[in-house]
Design a protein around this ligand. Structure first.
Ligand SMILES: C[S@@+](CC[C@H](N)C(=O)[O-])C[C@H]1O[C@@H](n2cnc3c(N)ncnc32)[C@H](O)[C@@H]1O
Length: 297
């Protein structure tokens, strides 16, 4: 018979997750440990979570701890999630960057909790639709995440029928994906626009270089206040002075860091405080090839 989780075991998991990934789990989330760690218990031939916690308190368990952290991440993502940030990127951020960056320069975009790649590829598809306006400016999209299995999926660019039915306009599905058995494979040119790297947001991020645009969405919600501040301050340090930060619908910088301020009349879009250039709204002219937004049902 399996024992219920002891307070010591709970503290072992909670401590590991907070230190290694920033994830905070309350006692009401024990069911998440039970559901998400079942495969590891089976693989390690352990009777229950208490035995796994005992193992984690031992020595030489880095790889096991890594697997536990990865199994506990929530990787939910979908194309054009929440739509508005992508509309803003398409109609405001990108035209402004094109105007501000000289021909020949590289515009760098970071999807900072990229999961299985839908956010990075949504941006890549928008950019592909705006090729004519870009001139010979280059675009680099970097997707990072702590979860290696999700990064592998992102690189693969293969999505289920269910995944392409969530938010992806049907014209984009037809234009940029090919049916492969029961799934859909993103085209090589769109896949080639994004690179995916394993990076922990709690680590030193400076190796990533500097960015014009950062999407860091639906990950800060899992962190406590000091961790949110630390991550946002780290991101601020990587942004160009006139760069833009996009957060998720339930996330904000307010009361967390003084480094960012919301753009006037925009929800979820932030600029650096003291930036030399205040982002002014741009009159948007859709590119000739712009596709209508007709989401699949
Ligand atoms: C809910 S998904 C969000 C995906 C995408 N940004 C979106 O909004 O659709 C959160 C992602 O954050 C990642 N994550 C959690 N903690 C992390 C950390 N400390 N460093 C990097 N990524 C982390 C998880 O692995 C997961 O893939």
């Amino acid at each position: 018979m399996t024992e219920s989780l002891t307070p010591t075991s709970f503290d072992t998991f909670a401590g590991l997750l907070k230190t290694a990934s920033g994830l905070i789990i309350g006692k009401d989330k024990v069911y998440l440990l039970e559901t998400r760690l079942t495969a590891i218990l089976k693989r390690e031939k352990l009777a229950d979570l208490n035995r796994l916690a005992d193992r984690l308190r031992g020595a030489g368990v880095d790889a096991l701890a890594r697997d536990v952290v990865e199994a506990m991440t929530t990787n939910e993502s979908f194309f054009f999630r929440d739509d508005k940030p992508f509309q803003h990127f398409r109609s405001q951020a990108l035209p402004r960057l094109i105007a501000a960056r000289p021909p020949g320069s590289t515009i760098r975009i970071w999807s900072a909790a990229a999961s299985s790649g839908q956010e990075a590829y949504s941006l890549a598809m928008i950019i592909a639709e705006s090729r004519a306006q870009l001139g010979n400016r280059k675009i680099e999209i970097i997707g990072t995440d702590i979860a290696r299995d999700q990064l592998a999926r992102a690189r693969d660019g293969l999505y289920t029928q269910f995944e392409v039915q969530r938010g992806l306009p049907v014209q984009m599905l037809m234009r940029y994906f090919k049916k492969e058995d029961a799934s859909w494979r993103l085209s090589d040119p769109i896949r080639a626009m994004a690179q995916f790297k394993e990076y922990n947001l709690l680590s030193d991020l400076r190796g990533l270089g500097r960015f014009d645009v950062v999407f860091c969405r639906n990950v800060l919600i899992y962190f406590d206040q000091p961790t949110k501040s630390r991550v946002l301050d780290g991101i601020a340090g990587l942004m160009l002075p006139d760069g833009l930060l996009y957060l998720g619908g339930a996330e904000t910088v307010m009361g967390i860091t003084p480094r960012f301020a919301p753009l006037p009349a925009e929800r979820g879009v932030y600029g650096l405080v003291g930036a030399t250039t205040t982002p002014a709204p741009v009159a948007y002219r859709p590119p000739a090839a712009a596709v209508a937004k007709a989401a699949l049902v």
